[in-house]
Write a protein that binds this ligand. Structure first.
Ligand SMILES: NC(=O)c1ccc[n+]([C@@H]2O[C@H](COP(=O)([O-])OP(=O)(O)OC[C@H]3O[C@@H](n4cnc5c(N)ncnc54)[C@H](OP(=O)(O)O)[C@@H]3O)[C@@H](O)[C@H]2O)c1
Length: 325
């Protein structure tokens, strides 16, 4: 089968199309004929070598999220999965290929009306958005700021917060065009990356302070977003696209003692699998009905994985790039 491997870590040019033997499903696994592959920020971080402490080696097949048809099952797996179209989490490897294996507990049938491309755009990120809002104890009527809203996590978080009756849904983004697209998805206020007014006047009526800040970016500017929390406000870090915050971040939080602020990190890994799968199934059904929108930035052939990663590195992606084998 055709697959893409990381031959050298760093530049996207280190990605290569190769022929590999098709994987064989082990006990508890299914084999999937892949129709769509989601290209995630984690894939890019692995390819850049940012996560070399995790022991990734040359020859690694990246990709963790695919959708397609179950073509074989391993020992102990119900044969009724055969022929079904599913979304699957393949772990930290194996997704960039024509065939992939996944644990049967990490697959979910695709409802009618949901394309494979839409499924790999929503499958992982939607669950993160849902449980991150819950982790922040977000409640109807409260104001939310989503920092780094133009990715697939933020796009879903904006929609979920708006649908749940947020008093305001502000977003940070780098361009007016992206701001307009986020407004179409439910954002009420568009700010620049610093969280201040973007285009002249565009966010002038935005709240100064928010009950919840959902932060996908982190990096050196994270402390300033503590200053955007209302009393009793909660900032939840969901990602670290811009790297870790400064070492004295904790002191900024402590200095705001009298405003009763809370800071937390959130990883979907801490949510029980059954809860993740239940929310994912609800979100897939909502997306199939058109009630939850998925944003596919571009669909590219698997052989153009390097081009997809170049777009990621250049910050050009709104939503998610999908590869097709
Ligand atoms: N917590 C979890 O369980 C979990 C699960 C999966 C992934 N993640 C993490 O989530 C992150 C990826 O999320 P995603 O795919 O939704 O995001 P993404 O598509 O990688 O990025 C979202 C947006 O952030 C903005 N951005 C990028 N660099 C920035 C910077 N230096 N400063 C300010 N804004 C910046 C960009 O929008 P603009 O150009 O419009 O500003 C970008 O489109 C990764 O850190 C990944 O590790 C977390």
């Amino acid at each position: 089968m055709r697959a893409v491997t990381i031959q050298t870590f760093g530049d996207p040019a280190g990605l290569a199309v190769v022929d590999l033997p098709a994987p064989v499903p082990a006990a508890g696994q299914v084999l999937i004929a892949v129709e769509a592959i989601g290209v995630s920020g984690a894939d890019a971080m692995i390819r850049r070598g940012t996560l070399d402490g995790y022991g990734f080696r040359p020859g690694h097949v990246p990709g963790s999220e695919v959708a397609g048809v179950v073509t074989a099952v391993g020992g102990g797996v119900d044969g009724s999965w055969l022929g079904r179209r599913v979304w699957a989490f393949t772990g930290l490897s194996g997704g960039y290929a024509q065939q992939a294996v996944a644990p049967v507990g990490e697959i979910l049938p695709l409802p009618g009306g949901l394309s494979a491309a839409a499924a790999v755009t929503l499958g992982s990120s939607g669950v993160v958005a849902h449980f991150a809002l819950a982790h922040a104890r977000f409640a109807a009527g409260e104001s939310v700021l989503v920092r780094g809203a133009a990715g697939s996590i933020g796009i879903t978080a904006v929609q979920l917060a708006a649908a749940a009756g947020a008093g305001a849904v502000a977003v940070t983004t780098s361009s007016a065009r992206r701001g307009e697209r986020l407004r179409e998805l439910g954002a009420t206020h568009v700010l620049d990356r610093a969280g201040t007014v973007g285009r002249a006047g565009a966010g002038a009526d935005a709240p100064d302070h928010y009950d919840v800040v959902l932060d996908i970016v982190a990096g050196p500017d994270l402390p300033s977003f503590l200053g955007r929390l209302a009393p009793n406000g909660r900032l939840v870090a969901v990602g670290a696209i811009a790297g870790p915050p400064p070492a004295d971040f904790g002191m900024t939080l402590f200095a705001a003692f009298q405003r009763s602020l809370s800071f937390g990190t959130f990883s979907a890994d801490t949510v029980p699998l059954t809860d993740r799968q239940a929310v994912r199934a609800e979100q897939f059904a909502a997306a199939g009905r058109g009630e939850l929108r998925t944003v596919v930035h571009e669909v590219l052939p698997l052989a153009q994985a390097a081009s997809a990663h170049r777009s990621m590195d250049a910050g050009e992606v709104f939503g998610r790039i999908v590869l097709t084998p």
